[in-house]
Design a protein around this ligand. Structure first.
Ligand code: ATP
Length: 269
């Protein structure tokens, strides 16, 4: 097959310690990690693991991060596609990529497949998407066919991420497909503090920095926003030629993210 149809195998070095503030989701996935680590244990007991798991949560809450952490912890190959990439493709390419990805994952099993933005192709059918024969639908059908082919005893786990579970075609949610759901919520204050702790690991902090205080002042920030905040604060320190990142840098970074870039000029003048 041509290279356009191939989905590259990746290895993940992400661990669960890189994921913070979504403790219930982390608990939900420990069994998946155990299954991918010891598929033989489950086989011996005649236990079938669920093949498909839906990761549901707003943008930036760590769905991709969690998928990578599962692959990293279980030390299995990771195959990843974003469903939105199929929208613009020629008919047949998406389905071929899906087929190729599942074939390779089966050969490499135990393995993890990650489908990002599932809603981009997984929307309820017949919702005005041209005749029912378009690329989107073919790709979706291929995913369903592949998952139905698992018959419960293959050690390939398929994770799919979405922030719109409400629009998904009910065919995707049937038993044997994405029949389990793991929810990732926007982080509350303690969770934001824990996420900040992960992202300041390599950042030298001045004693003026109080992560609990920053967490209290970042209501509405996702994990991705908090990562961005730490980086903006470090960039501000660099611009000011500081050796450590201080609380003013965080304050400035927060304002910059909340209010846009208008404040930037003032501080660097
Ligand atoms: P999207 O729906 O926009 O694809 P997502 O839920 O997949 O978002 P990620 O891409 O995993 O979110 O998050 C982006 C980055 O934000 C991560 O690589 C990580 O650095 C940081 N991040 C997000 N959530 C967390 C978290 N819970 N703990 C630590 N870091 C996080």
């Amino acid at each position: 097959r041509s290279r356009a149809h191939r989905v590259e195998k990746q290895f993940s070095t992400t661990s669960l310690s890189d994921v913070a503030g979504i403790e219930s989701a982390k608990r939900d996935i420990t069994e998946i990690i155990d299954f991918l680590t010891n598929p033989g244990k489950y086989k011996a007991l005649g236990a079938d693991m669920p093949t498909g798991i839906l990761l549901v949560g707003p943008p930036g809450t760590g769905k991709t991060l969690l998928a990578r952490a599962i692959a990293g912890e279980a030390d299995v190959p990771f195959f990843s596609i974003s469903a939105s990439e199929f929208i613009e493709m020629f008919v047949g390419v998406g389905a071929a990529r899906v087929r190729d990805m599942f074939d390779t994952a089966r050969k490499e099993a135990p393995a993890l497949i990650f489908i990002d933005e599932l809603d981009a192709i997984g929307r309820s059918r017949g919702a005005g998407f041209g005749g029912g024969h378009d690329e989107r639908e073919q790709t979706l059908n291929q995913i369903l066919t592949e998952m139905d082919g698992f018959e419960g005893h293959e050690s390939v786990v398929v994770l799919a991420a979405t922030n719109r579970p409400d629009v998904l075609d009910s065919a995707l949610l049937r038993p044997g497909r994405f029949d389990r759901k793991v929810t990732l919520d926007m982080p509350h204050k303690e969770a934001r503090k824990a996420i900040l702790e992960v992202h300041v690991r390599k950042v030298p902090l001045d004693s003026s920095v109080e992560l609990g205080e920053i967490a209290a002042r970042t209501i509405g920030f996702s994990g991705a926003d908090l990562k961005n905040l730490v980086n903006e604060a470090a960039l501000t320190a660099a611009r000011l030629n500081l050796e450590k990142v201080n609380s003013d840098c965080f304050e400035h970074a927060r304002d910059r993210i909340v209010l846009g870039e208008e404040r930037d000029a003032e501080l660097t003048q």
